[in-house]
Design a protein around this ligand. Structure first.
Ligand code: UDP
Ligand code: MG
Length: 311
């Protein structure tokens, strides 16, 4: 019997897990009969502050297919995904949110593609962003547009982390041991044959999103720094343009003095120039700083997560 590892990162999901578990079991029964597969459920408790861990313990005592891994604090969804991948033993692994925004009902279709159509992974994307604040949708779209222009890795707008992968694909992901993990980029980076399945956005069943606008912004910057060096190129180009302008300006002033003996006048232009060049310098130093900060975090070689307990 083939086994699918269901990997579920959970952060303060005590309200959603019961619904999720019920729906997952329904699909498990279906697929046992139709596809002859069994499930292994790996819940990663990412330092929840509510009763998530207790619920997971209860589930695991009544259901032997439930495994839980509990972090010592909140390490983020990316770390939870990595921990789950490392501990998954199935022939296939699928990552799923605990809030039913990644409908388990899509699994049979996904499994079919990977089992009989020769794909290595089956990814999902939502075609609508219904129920999301318009401002957030706007910035999300912008992010994907910019990212695809400046990075070599293909990022699909609306792509979820909901993805079914075969062993080959999972092992490739496990080889990427970087500290700053941006899964949406890593999935594309490893290559292989991926099929995309589209679905309408589903709102979360209970609880609320863990992503504030600020957290998303930081995540976006992380993605850009991890998958593109284009900002550095832009900084360099701005620097070159400023140098050329400065040289031309200097030449112009010197010539004017020699030819027409024009006294230098106007402090407004001087101050404006000073400020703008200072601004550009700070901006470029900031961009550079982003990359250096990431290097700093990588070379420290700290573990991506720390486990407090597991079963
Ligand atoms: N999550 C996590 N650690 C975090 C934030 C979120 O493990 O620090 C989990 C969360 O429990 C959920 C999934 O990641 O299962 C997606 O989170 P959420 O639903 O809040 O994000 P959204 O669907 O709104 O993008
Ligand atoms: Mg969600």
């Amino acid at each position: 019997m083939k086994r699918i590892s269901i990997l579920v990162p959970c952060y303060n999901e005590e309200e959603s897990i019961p619904y999720f578990y019920k729906e997952l079991n329904r699909i498990e029964q279906l697929m046992k009969v139709d596809n002859g597969v069994e499930f292994e459920k790996i819940f990663v408790n990412d330092g929840s502050k509510d009763g998530t861990l207790n619920i997971l313990k209860e589930l695991s005592s009544s259901d032997s297919t439930v495994k839980y891994i509990s972090f010592s604090r909140n390490f983020g969804k990316e770390a939870a995904i990595y921990a789950g991948l490392q501990n998954a033993t199935g022939d296939y692994v699928v990552i799923m949110d605990a809030d039913l925004q990644d409908p388990p009902a899509l699994l049979p279709e996904m499994y079919h593609a990977i089992d009989s159509e020769g794909y290595d992974s089956v990814a999902t994307r939502r075609v609508t962003r219904k129920g999301e604040p318009p401002i957030r949708s706007f910035f999300a779209r912008m992010f994907y547009k910019i990212m695809n222009k400046i990075s070599q890795t293909d990022l699909v707008d609306g792509a979820r982390d909901y993805r079914l992968m075969n062993r080959k694909f999972v092992n490739a992901l496990l080889q990427l041991e970087e500290y700053n993990r941006f899964s949406k980029g890593l999935f594309g980076w490893v290559g292989f044959k991926t099929k995309w399945i589209e679905f309408e956005n589903v709102e979360r069943i209970a609880g609320e999103t863990k992503w504030s606008f600020y957290k998303l912004l930081i995540y976006a910057i992380e993605g850009i720094v991890a998958f593109s060096t284009m900002p550095l190129v832009i900084a360099t180009v701005i620097g070159v343009i400023c140098c050329v302008l400065a040289l031309t300006g200097t030449g112009f002033i010197v010539l004017r003095k020699i030819l027409f003996d024009d006294p230098v006048q106007g402090w407004a232009s001087t101050v404006t120039l000073l400020l703008s060049i200072g601004g550009v310098q700070l901006l470029c130093a900031g961009i550079l700083g982003q990359y250096i900060a990431k290097i700093y975090l990588e070379v420290k070689k700290r573990p991506i997560y720390i486990i407090a307990e597991k079963n």
